[in-house]
Write a protein that binds this ligand. Structure first.
Ligand code: 13P
Length: 292
């Protein structure tokens, strides 16, 4: 089926109390494994390209791969831009067929962030494309984006409320103590802040930094209103480890398609485990009735 807008997908997840898994693809096969995993579980899924991946492959290849993969599948899949910081890149995503974009102007002061995010919301909404925007700065390294401990700060709930009142967002990304990349020590997740922001914004929350969170933390976050959970670092590790380990175990096997097959299976297993953990299994039908 055609790619779907993020907005109804997350509205449905929030209303039913589960989260949709959002994975950052690395190539065609990882995109295909995301949709295959969702299909096996009858779940919605978000495929979110980072700016770095777009710079590597170009917009056209990514959108064409995703359109073809989605067209062959009955499950609702969203093609989303993760952490869009460059307006021209965001505009090109909207024009070329992404069904959701994130504008991350969180490094600007509040009013400027609001102004830049509004510009994207206006453009995207007119094209039936969903929007995620962020306040506060999420700690850690996400591709080329580095936010240090000194720079990172949690989201101010007053600002969050004003921001979400002014903008019709599909998802709100808040800095609530999680971090991009593997955690060094216990993450200090601000559960009361998640609860307060969700109560005051009533907008599906996107949880960044999903890799390495315990199941207990994940379930609490979903209960408090997180409706989209991002996983990137986890995939990077599975992607490389599955390839390298296959060859370590079978050093004389030089059939690349067998290596790629093992890698595909490992990626699909990861995606299935996350979709199930976040409660997305068997939700495709209900989502489809909302996006139709
Ligand atoms: P991880 O790299 O910690 O999985 O976070 C992914 C993310 O939030 C992408 O925006």
């Amino acid at each position: 089926m055609p790619l779907v807008n993020l907005k109804p997908v997350l509205a449905e997840a929030k209303s039913k109390g589960y989260a949709v898994a959002a994975f950052n693809p690395l190539d065609y096969a990882s995109m295909k494994a995301m949709v295959a995993a969702a299909e096996e579980l009858n779940a919605p899924v978000i495929i979110q390209t980072s700016a770095k991946t777009i710079n590597y492959y170009g917009h056209r290849a990514l959108v064409e791969w995703m359109r073809e993969i989605a067209a062959d599948s009955p499950i609702p899949a969203v093609l989303h831009l993760d952490h869009g910081k460059d307006f021209d890149m965001i505009r090109k995503c909207i024009e070329m067929g992404w069904t959701s974009v994130m504008i991350d102007a969180s490094d600007h002061p509040f009013e400027k962030n609001l102004e830049l995010s509004r510009k994207v919301v206006d453009l995207a909404t007119a094209a039936n494309v969903g929007v995620e925007a962020e306040i506060g700065q999420i700690l850690g390294v996400e591709d080329d984006m580095v936010v240090t401990e000194e720079e990172s700060h949690l989201t101010d709930p007053n600002e969050a409320e004003k921001f979400c009142r002014e903008l019709d967002l599909s998802a709100f990304a808040a800095a609530i103590g999680t971090a991009h990349g593997y955690y060094k020590g216990e993450p200090k997740v601000a559960f009361e802040l998640i609860e307060e922001i969700n109560r005051r914004t009533n907008t599906p929350m996107a949880l960044h930094g999903g890799t390495g969170l315990s199941d207990e933390v994940i379930q609490r976050c979903i209960k408090l209103g997180c409706a989209k959970i991002n996983i990137s670092t986890n995939l990077k590790h599975v992607f490389i480890d599955s390839f390298v380990n296959y060859h370590r175990e079978k050093p004389s096997d030089y059939e690349p398609l067998r290596v790629l097959g093992a890698q595909f299976q490992a990626m699909k297993d990861l995606f299935k485990s996350k979709i199930e953990q976040f409660g997305g299994a068997n939700r495709a039908g209900d989502v489809l009735s909302k996006v139709a």
